[in-house]
Design a protein around this ligand. Structure first.
Ligand code: SIN
Length: 537
C-alpha cells in the first residue's frame, strides 16, 4: 500500500517547488513563465511510436476503422492543440465487437486459471516495459503531471499483477446439505461477455481495474474508452496483442458523439451479461434502466461527495498533508477526492492557515510535461466553468479565498487556480454538490454527532476521511459514516488489494481486491442426490 501511494503521489512530493512568495490574502497562483514556449513546441515523443494508434480500434485481434469512416478529434487539455483522431464507432460497429467477444468466450472460459494468469502477467510485464510511453499518453490526453501519470500507470499495471495472482485461485465451496444423502457444491463460472465503460480521469487504471478481474475468471470484454482519452486505452490494446491475449477476448472501442448509441447497444444486447461502469450518477442510473430489459449483472462506481473531517484531537500536520493529497489529487478530479472539508472549531484557524500555506507555497500549475509542475489543467472548459460557479457561489454567500479563486487564462482555457475557501456554510453549492476540481471549502463544526450527521446528509456515499487520535472515536465514526470506503488518518485509500466502491447513489459492486473477482462470476450450485445412508463400520 505504502509503495503504491508513494508512486501515485510522487508528483505531490517530488515535483513540488516553492515558487511563490508568501503574500497577504488573497493569493493568486502565478503562471509559469516558460509555459507559452512549452505549449507551442510540445509534441511528446514516444520511445515506441507504434503505441500511438490513430483512427483504429481493436476488435477481434485486429485494428479496424469505424465502418462509417467517421472519426473524432482529441485535444490536449493543457494546450488545446489537436493530439489526433479516433474512430467514431456506432451501434453496428459495437455489435461486431460484441460478436467477437462472444465467439472468443467459448474457448477462453475453458483455459485454466494458470493459463489466464500467465496472459495477464505478460500484459503486466509489457505495461512495466512501456511505462514511460503509457505515462506520456496519459499526460498528453488527460493533462495530469507526468509524475502523477507515471503513478497512475504503476497503479494500473498493478491491477493486472494482482488479478494474475488471483486467476489460479478461484475456488468453489462444498456445503453441508440439510437433506440426508445429498451433497452440495458450488462452481464459480465466468458471467460471459462484459461491457466496460470507463472514464477519462484515470485513462489507464480504470480500464485495467475492470479488465483484470474479467480476464482472471474467464470473461471476454468490449471496453468503451472515453472520448477525451482514447489513446491510452488503444496503447493498452496494442500491449494486449503483444502479450498474446487470444483474439476477441479484449476489444477496445472508441466514440465521442456516438457514446449514447454505443452505451445503448452494450446495455441492451442480450449477449452482454455484465456491465461495469465508472462515471456520473445520472449516467449510471440511465445505464441501469437500459440493462433492466436483459437483467444484466451490474457494477456501478458513480459520483462521490467525500466528507473529510478533522477533529480537535487530530495530528494537524498529518491532517493537512492528508487533505492536500486527497483534495488536490489529479487537480480534484477523482471520485474519491475530499469534497467537503469539516474542521472542528478548536483547530480551524491553525488548519486553514497551514493548509493554505502549502497550496500557496508548494503548488505550481501548468503543463504536465513541465517537470516542475505539480498540478495540470482540468479536462475541459466545462469543468472549469463548474468549479468557477462553485467558487463564485461560495464567495457571494460569504466565503473568503485564502488562496486562489480565479481562472488562469494566461495558461490556457482549462486552468483553474488551486483554491482554499474559509467560512463555508450549508447553503453554498459546495455543501451538497461534487465540485470535481481544485477547490477546498473548509466548513467549521462543533461536535462529533453534528459532523457525522452533516457528512451523511447526501444521497451519495463513496469515500469518507477523518483524522483523530482517539481510538474509540476512530471506531465510532468509521462505523457511522455512510460510505463504501473510509480513510482514517490518511487521505489516500486507493490500492489494488483493497475493495473500491460505494453505497447509496454512489453505486454498488466492488473493484480491485478479492471482492472484485466475484463481480465477474456466477455461483452455480450443484446438488448431488441419492447417495443413501453412510457406510456402516
Ligand atoms: C475514480 O476517481 O473513480 C478512481 C479513483 C481511484 O481509483 O483512486
Amino acid at each position: 500500500m505504502a509503495g503504491i501511494q508513494r508512486t501515485l503521489f510522487s508528483a505531490s512530493r517530488n515535483a513540488i517547488r516553492s515558487q511563490f512568495q508568501r503574500r497577504t490574502l488573497p493569493i493568486v497562483v502565478a503562471a509559469h513563465s516558460s509555459y507559452p514556449r512549452l505549449a507551442s513546441t510540445m509534441a511528446p515523443k514516444l520511445k515506441d511510436p507504434s503505441l500511438f494508434k490513430q483512427d483504429v480500434c481493436y476488435v477481434n485481434g485486429e485494428w479496424v476503422k469505424a465502418k462509417s469512416g467517421k472519426t473524432f478529434e482529441v485535444r490536449d487539455p493543457a494546450t488545446d492543440k489537436l493530439i489526433g483522431t479516433s474512430p467514431e464507432f456506432d451501434a453496428n460497429d459495437t455489435r461486431l465487437a460484441i460478436a467477437a467477444a462472444d465467439t472468443a468466450f467459448e474457448n477462453f472460459r475453458h483455459l485454466t486459471g494458470r493459463e489466464r494468469s500467465k496472459l495477464l502477467r505478460k500484459w503486466y510485464d509489457l505495461m512495466v516495459e512501456n511505462h514511460d510511453d503509457l505515462a506520456t499518453l496519459v499526460t498528453w490526453e488527460n493533462g495530469k503531471p507526468l509524475a502523477d501519470a507515471k503513478g497512475e500507470v504503476t497503479y494500473a499495471a498493478n491491477f493486472f499483477e494482482w488479478f494474475s495472482e488471483e486467476a489460479p485461485r478461484i475456488y468453489g465451496d462444498t456445503i453441508p446439505s440439510s437433506v440426508p444423502g445429498n451433497r452440495v457444491w458450488t462452481i464459480k463460472e465466468p458471467v460471459g461477455v462484459c461491457g466496460l465503460i470507463t472514464p477519462w480521469n484515470f485513462p489507464a487504471a480504470m480500464i485495467t481495474r475492470k479488465i483484470g478481474p474479467a480476464l482472471a475468471v474467464g470473461c471476454t470484454v468490449v471496453c468503451k474508452s472515453p472520448g477525451e482519452t482514447p489513446f491510452t486505452s488503444l496503447a493498452l490494446a496494442e500491449l494486449a496483442h503483444r502479450a498474446g491475449i487470444p483474439k476477441g477476448v479484449v476489444n477496445i472501442i472508441t466514440a465521442l458523439d456516438n457514446t449514447p448509441q454505443v452505451g445503448k447497444v452494450l446495455t441492451t444486447d442480450p449477449t452482454v451479461r455484465k456491465i461495469s461502469f465508472t462515471g456520473s450518477t445520472p449516467v449510471g442510473k440511465l445505464l441501469m434502466k437500459q440493462c433492466s430489459g436483459t437483467l444484466k449483472k451490474l457494477s456501478l462506481e458513480l459520483g462521490g461527495n467525500a466528507p473529510f473531517i478533522v477533529f480537535d484531537d487530530a495530528d494537524v500536520d498529518l491532517a493537512v498533508s492528508g487533505a492536500i493529497a486527497s483534495k488536490f489529487r489529479s487537480s480534484g478530479q477523482t471520485c474519491v477526492c475530499a469534497n467537503r472539508l469539516y474542521v472542528q472549531r478548536g483547530i480551524y484557524d491553525e488548519f486553514a492557515e497551514k493548509f493554505a500555506a502549502k497550496v500557496r507555497d508548494e503548488f505550481k500549475v501548468g503543463n504536465g510535461f513541465d517537470g516542475s509542475v505539480t498540478h495540470g489543467p482540468l479536462i475541459h472548459h466545462r469543468a472549469v466553468a463548474k468549479v468557477d460557479e462553485h467558487v463564485r457561489d461560495a464567495k457571494a454567500k460569504g466565503a473568503k479565498a485564502l488562496v486562489g479563486g480565479q481562472k488562469m487564462p494566461d495558461l490556457g482555457p482549462n486552468f483553474y487556480q488551486p483554491t482554499v475557501l474559509t467560512g463555508m456554510t450549508g447553503d453554498m453549492a459546495m455543501a451538497s454538490e461534487e465540485t470535481f476540481g481544485p477547490v477546498a471549502g473548509l466548513f467549521p463544526f462543533d461536535t462529533e454527532e453534528e459532523v457525522v450527521k452533516l457528512a451523511n446528509s447526501t444521497v451519495v456515499g463513496l469515500a469518507g476521511y477523518f483524522f483523530s487520535r482517539d481510538l474509540h472515536r476512530v471506531h465510532r465514526v468509521a462505523e457511522h459514516l455512510e460510505v463504501g470506503m473510509v480513510g482514517v488518518n490518511t487521505g489516500l485509500i486507493s490500492d489494488p488489494a483493497a475493495p473500491f466502491g460505494g453505497v447509496k447513489e454512489s453505486g454498488f459492486g466492488r473493484e480491485g481486491s478479492l471482492y472484485g473477482i466475484g463481480e465477474y462470476q456466477i455461483t452455480k450450485m450443484v446438488t448431488y442426490g441419492g447417495m443413501g445412508k453412510p457406510l456402516q463400520k
